[in-house]
Write a protein that binds this ligand. Structure first.
Ligand SMILES: [Fe+2]
Length: 300
């Protein structure tokens, strides 16, 4: 059965530790085209043009970049307590009990962890910008986050049982997980580690994905995979390795699905020899990209 989550309405933001906030700010505002929503002494909060308070929370910390959590938005205040209970019933734990959020963006939140160190924050009643719009060449919101898993089926069950996500499609190497009309808001990549694979930012249109590729190239960040159009989700993409080896994607035209959508299996998603996307323009993902897609670990 495929359905929207009763508990989670969408993916809001990702929080990272990075070693140089000034460098991060220069890149993510000047080149990636986010804007500053808030800052504290040791953190920077970056928004898109949509209503979400921020899409990235960047915290100053020495060393390699790490992921602190993926923040999802709850459908209700009651969902926070339900998710806390469910996490404990299904092999996870509560990292931070239900409480008011003291960081910019506010609201009330619970943080849960799974057995492999992934942390999901579920927030309710967070601030929303009232000037939401779509602007060419500027990200609107997050489209999805992809997390590696050394045991995709176990992680998938955790997302299903604890957060009421459902499987949108299963390929040989990915499980696409849905919670709303977007084909997927999270996906799990079959690997031998449990790192962040990448963060995808939704652009308002295909032109913005393409011009973004040129803007990144001009800034010294070559396209590591793309331009292309994925099979599952049908979204157009360009992938890059941003500062601190964090893999970031511009995407657009994500397939919208409803409860009649039938989840495909690996045999439904095969490519002709030499193809890894619908267009066949781009070379396959670069070796540098594949390495970076394994590099950003969850904070211990
Ligand atoms: Fe993606």
């Amino acid at each position: 059965m495929t359905h929207a989550s009763s508990l989670v309405s969408g993916v809001r933001s990702v929080a990272l530790n990075v070693p140089d906030l000034a460098q991060a700010e220069a890149f993510f505002t000047g080149t990636w085209h986010l804007s500053v929503a808030a800052r504290t002494d040791n953190a920077l909060y970056l928004r898109g043009t949509g209503a979400d308070h921020h899409l990235l929370a960047l915290h100053q910390a020495e060393g390699a970049a790490q992921i602190r959590c993926v923040t999802l938005r709850a459908r209700s205040r009651a969902a926070l307590d339900q998710v806390a209970d469910r996490a404990q019933q299904h092999g996870g734990h509560v990292v931070q009990a239900v409480a008011p959020v003291t960081e910019p963006g506010g609201g009330t939140a619970v943080s849960i962890g799974d057995a492999d160190g992934r942390v999901f924050q579920l927030v309710w009643g967070d601030e929303q910008h009232t000037d939401a719009c779509e602007v060419p060449d500027r990200p609107v919101r997050l489209a999805h986050a992809v997390l590696n898993s050394h045991d995709v089926e176990t992680t998938r069950r955790f997302l299903e049982q604890v957060l009421d996500f459902s499987l949108a499609d299963r390929t040989r190497i990915m499980a696409f997980m849905r919670c709303n009309d977007d084909h997927h808001s999270l996906a799990l990549g079959d690997t031998d580690n449990d790192a962040l694979n990448h963060i995808a930012f939704l652009m308002p249109d295909l032109e913005s994905v393409m011009r973004g590729g040129g803007r990144m190239k001009d800034a010294g960040y070559s396209i590591e995979w793309g331009p292309g159009r994925h099979g599952p989700g049908n979204n157009a993409f360009n992938y890059f390795i941003g500062p601190f080896e964090v893999v970031i994607e511009y995407t657009a035209e994500v397939e919208q699905v409803d409860d009649s959508y039938q989840a495909g299996q690996p045999s439904d998603w095969t490519w002709p020899p030499g193809r890894v996307d619908q267009w066949g323009i781009s070379a396959p993902p670069s070796d540098r990209l594949k390495a970076a897609q394994r590099a950003v670990r969850f904070v211990a």
